[in-house]
Write a protein of this length. Structure first.
Length: 415
């Protein structure tokens, strides 16, 4: 048997046992994993350095290197994420609704695990911990396929997770890592219906599109983040500057980072130089439309492809628009349905934007960087969904469950 099939079969068997685990057992395992990460952080950083060394040798872009990197702070954040998940209510077994039919049949709708969640992701080793945490809390086995760029880091993390599971009395096989990172094996995982119940891709547009188009296993689609901030004519200057700088520069390599700034022409005529100065002081390259270039000629001209690009880097497209309607039209054409923001003091403009923009998260006077499981109070997240079926936005615990109906009768038969 190949590694893919062996681990898939083991994950399926572990999922059955895990679905019966109590909340206390699962929380004990999460606490043990957090302790293992903190205790062995020097080992994790040592193994991570092997991945970083290889990435630098291969001239990997800085944005990707940032995603691969583990630091003491990031390891502490991963452990904190585990403890936050511990504190969250366990959705498994929750009664969603109960009703009684006229014939006396009692119908109860109850949350249950999905089974085996296959997560295919790029670069970030922290996803290994996030995925394991959410899957364990919801009684799902996690079958993980990370990228070769973080293989040393992921193997070290998985070893610690499995040790913690065993220590806690849960099956080691409840969290598996597919170490064969070849594309051929990855494609086989997309069709592993006998062992995998759902697939969750996390990464760039190419990866997500490939999984959606080629999988026979059901897919929970996480989306590309081509996010926008629109500064309306009534926007407070300091607030607008704070929001756009934060949304672009706080962590440029993540999906909730803004990629296009839309500026009302009245506001731009007075305040655009302040925006340019604030962003350029942070090292941001600005690519501007013709109207924006007329106000700030030193900027680089934007091309058509810039409006639809998720840069994941310190690059920002800038477009000056005549009015709110034009901003909405632009977002409808180029947005990815992830996170969109309006900065305005006009309540009617804010409500129109919130109502008309079709995205997982729509903001009024706040940075798009808040589209995140931690910030929403979900604990660690499995990803941000931009689709509309089953889950949308940050996917936390409830999004990793399904439900079944329990029916209790007293001998009823159907006429």
């Amino acid at each position: 048997m190949t590694e893919l099939l062996t681990k898939g079969q083991a994950a399926k068997a572990a999922a059955k046992k895990l679905s019966m685990a109590t909340t206390e057992q699962k929380n004990r395992a999460l606490a043990a994993i957090a302790d293992q990460l903190l205790t062995h952080s020097p080992l994790l950083i040592q193994e991570n350095e092997k991945d970083l060394h290889k990435a630098r040798e291969n001239n990997t872009p800085n944005a990707i290197i940032d995603r691969i990197a583990l630091t003491e702070k990031r390891i502490q954040d991963m452990a904190e994420g585990l403890r936050q998940v511990m504190e969250l209510p366990d959705p498994v077994g929750e009664t969603i609704e109960t009703f009684t039919r006229p014939n006396g049949l009692v119908v109860e709708k109850v949350r249950v695990p999905l089974g085996v969640a296959g997560i295919i992701y790029e670069a970030r080793p922290n996803v290994t911990v996030d995925a394991a945490a959410l899957c364990l809390k919801t009684g799902n086995a996690a079958y993980l396929r990370g990228s070769s760029s973080a293989l040393h880091s992921n193997k070290a993390i998985i070893q610690l997770i499995q040790d913690a599971l065993e220590e806690s009395g849960l099956p080691r096989e409840a969290v598996q890592l597919l170490e064969d990172t070849s594309y051929e094996t990855s494609d086989q995982m997309l069709r592993l219906n006998q062992y995998v119940d759902v697939l969750i891709p996390r990464g760039g547009a190419g990866l997500i599109s490939h999984v959606v188009q080629n999988a026979t296993v059901p897919v929970l689609e996480t989306g590309v983040g081509n996010c926008h901030v629109y500064i309306d004519e009534s926007a407070q200057v300091d607030m607008a500057l704070d929001i756009i700088v934060n949304a672009k520069t706080h962590r440029p390599a993540v999906c909730n980072t803004v990629e296009t700034l839309l500026v009302n022409q009245e506001w731009a005529a007075t305040h655009l130089p302040k925006v340019v100065e604030a962003l350029q002081s942070k090292g941001v390259e600005l690519r501007a439309c013709e109207k924006t270039l007329a106000l700030s000629p030193a900027l680089k001209a934007a091309e058509e492809t810039d409006w639809g690009t998720e840069y994941l880097d310190l690059i920002l497209a800038v477009k000056t628009v005549d009015h709110l309607g034009e901003a909405i039209e632009h977002i409808e054409k180029y947005g990815s349905g992830h996170s969109e923001c309006i900065v305005t003091e006009k309540a009617d403009h804010a409500e129109r934007f919130l109502r008309e923009i079709d995205a997982a998260a729509v903001y009024h006077n706040a940075s798009t960087r808040f589209t995140d499981g931690f910030e929403f109070g979900f604990g660690a997240e499995i990803g941000i969904s931009t689709q509309k079926l089953h889950a949308r936005g940050p996917m936390g615990l409830k999004e990793l469950t399904s439900y079944k109906y329990l029916l209790r009768g007293q001998g009823q038969i159907r006429n």
